[in-house]
Design a protein around this ligand. Structure first.
Ligand code: AMP
Ligand code: MG
Length: 488
């Protein structure tokens, strides 16, 4: 193996250094015949990695930690979590490994993490593997979200293992390599709190603050400030999801990051027809994680986060933990206002309106209208580009000729202060629509990656029109009760 491939990362593994007790040392399983399927050259370059070195056989082996590159210290991360409301004390990386934290040329610290790299001590009944389709879905959704400006983990590569994975059928196996500003989750705090070791919990909070919220490090009540910060970034994150019509699908506390990045794209999707009640995950029978429930569920997850922090908040303030329940609840109670402010900010920007009472009424009416007529909101809002140019045909088409839509657009025209060019940069033509995502993942599973690359290309610049990507701009065939299967 060349020196460059093994030495291309600058690792500095602060989680491993600071937090023994929250991981287990582990090695990735060796892959006999790894083949890169997609390598994210743009991201690699941002990270200071040479895409060519990375994509070459030695680079791919280094990514798979087989052998581990210099400075990597692979560990399986420990975490707990509420899954669909019930608490599991021990989840953890059952099929994943943190390779290490790399320091990018601009000084950012990013986790490099593998998914599908074999069973770990947290695997429980799982096989430790991942199928190619779901790993490509995570790649695609992450890049689409990033292009829309939504904080997210991002895929650096998907590597086919050449081995079969048994799910409902036999599928090609793959490993996803992803980067994240960290993999610290609400579930990490739940796990640390459940050990009863207050020093460990305190070390986790200190580590998290140093890494994600350094401005509060000198606060006299840092744990309380941490809760406020996480509430703010999570409210902003879910507000962005709600603006673009994204449904995460499995908003368990182990899938909620402390950094405020979207993580773990499983049975997720973007809505075509606007309906708050939309559920995409086939395992979400009660609709707990329906589109419209996401803000409420995020607040619920933040309540679980607050519970893990009470003892530390109390220690900071020199009081009993019970004394912290009320102030923490008060902060938790601000969630809907913080969310509403963030949602309005994102939504008003998207439709080209400055903030005002009238503008807020207008976006509320837009969403109510979308709900009432089950409109494709992506298409409708994009049609405002044409409206700004004096052509209302696309708007009439997207709003099904509804009378209230005609009135709405007149009000919009009298309030909006943007031209078509500005609108074009604010509202996407393309979101990863389910029918297209499913089509390109099926083709990739059958060995043809070309459709995936075409769709990825359009989703990487979603505000610009890309030739041949029309299907990504229009809703799929109506399929009532349509679900993405959980396949992860
Ligand atoms: P997820 O649904 O991907 O967020 O995973 C939930 C939990 O199940 C995590 O602890 C995963 O590590 C674990 N898990 C999921 N799939 C597998 C698998 N194939 N093998 C082992 N563990 C798994
Ligand atoms: Mg997860």
């Amino acid at each position: 193996m060349t020196r460059t491939a093994l030495e291309m990362f600058r690792f500095d593994n602060s989680f491993v250094r600071d937090l023994p007790g929250l991981y287990q040392w582990w090695q990735a399983e060796s892959v006999t015949n790894p083949t890169p399927v997609v390598v994210n050259a743009a991201l690699a370059t941002e990270l200071g990695l040479d895409p060519e070195v990375l994509s070459a056989p030695d680079g791919i082996r280094a990514l798979l930690a087989d052998p581990a590159p210099a400075g990597a210290e692979p560990v399986a991360l420990a975490y707990a979590g509420h899954q669909f409301g019930s608490y599991s004390p021990r989840l953890g990386d059952g099929r994943a490994l943190l390779l290490g934290e790399m320091i990018t040329p601009d000084g950012q610290r990013l986790d490099v993490h593998l998914k599908g790299s074999g069973r770990t001590p947290f695997a429980r009944g799982g096989d430790g593997r991942a199928a190619l389709g779901p790993m490509l879905r995570e790649y695609l959704m992450g890049e689409a979200m990033h292009a829309l400006g939504v904080p997210t983990t991002r895929a650096l590569a998907v590597i086919a293992t050449g081995e079969d994975v048994r799910r409902e059928t036999t599928l090609p196996g793959a490993v996803l390599v992803r980067v994240a500003s960290s993999h610290i989750r609400v579930g990490t705090f739940q796990f640390a709190a459940a050990t009863g070791d207050l020093d460990l919990l305190s070390a986790l909070a200190t580590h998290t603050i140093a890494r994600h919220y350094p401005s509060i490090a000198s606060s006299s009540t840092p744990t309380f400030a941490l809760f406020e910060q996480v509430l703010t970034v999570q409210a902003d994150l879910v507000a962005r999801w709600m603006t673009w019509g994204f449904i995460h699908g499995v908003l368990n506390t182990d899938n909620v990051t402390i950094s405020g990045e979207t993580i773990d794209y499983g049975p997720c999707a973007f809505m075509d027809r606007y309906d708050q009640a939309t559920v995409f995950s086939s395992i979400d029978h009660g609709g707990r994680y329906a589109f419209g429930n996401q803000p409420g569920i995020t607040q619920w997850n933040l309540a679980r986060f607050a519970e893990t922090l009470l003892a530390l908040m109390a220690a900071d303030a020199g009081v009993d933990p019970e004394a912290m329940v009320e102030p923490a609840s008060e902060v938790l109670g601000t969630f809907s206002d913080v969310f509403s402010e963030r949602w309005h900010a994102h939504m008003l920007h998207r439709v080209g309106l400055d903030d005002s009472a009238d503008a807020r009424t207008l976006v509320a009416d837009l969403v109510a209208m979308a709900q009432a007529h089950q409109l494709d909101l992506t298409m409708a809002v994009r049609a405002l580009v044409d409206v700004a140019d004096g052509d209302t045909r696309a708007w009439e088409h997207a709003t099904l000729g509804a009378d209230d839509a005609e009135q709405w657009v007149h009000r919009w025209q009298s309030l909006a202060r943007v031209d078509a060019g500005a609108m074009r940069g604010r509202t996407p033509v393309y979101v990863p629509r389910n029918h297209e995502v499913e089509r390109v993942l099926a083709a990739a599973t059958d060995g043809d990656i070309t459709p995936f690359m075409q769709v990825l290309d359009a989703l990487t610049s979603p505000f610009d029109v890309t030739a041949g990507a029309e299907a990504l701009a229009t809703p799929g065939p109506d399929a009532p009760g349509y679900r993405t299967f959980c396949g992860t």
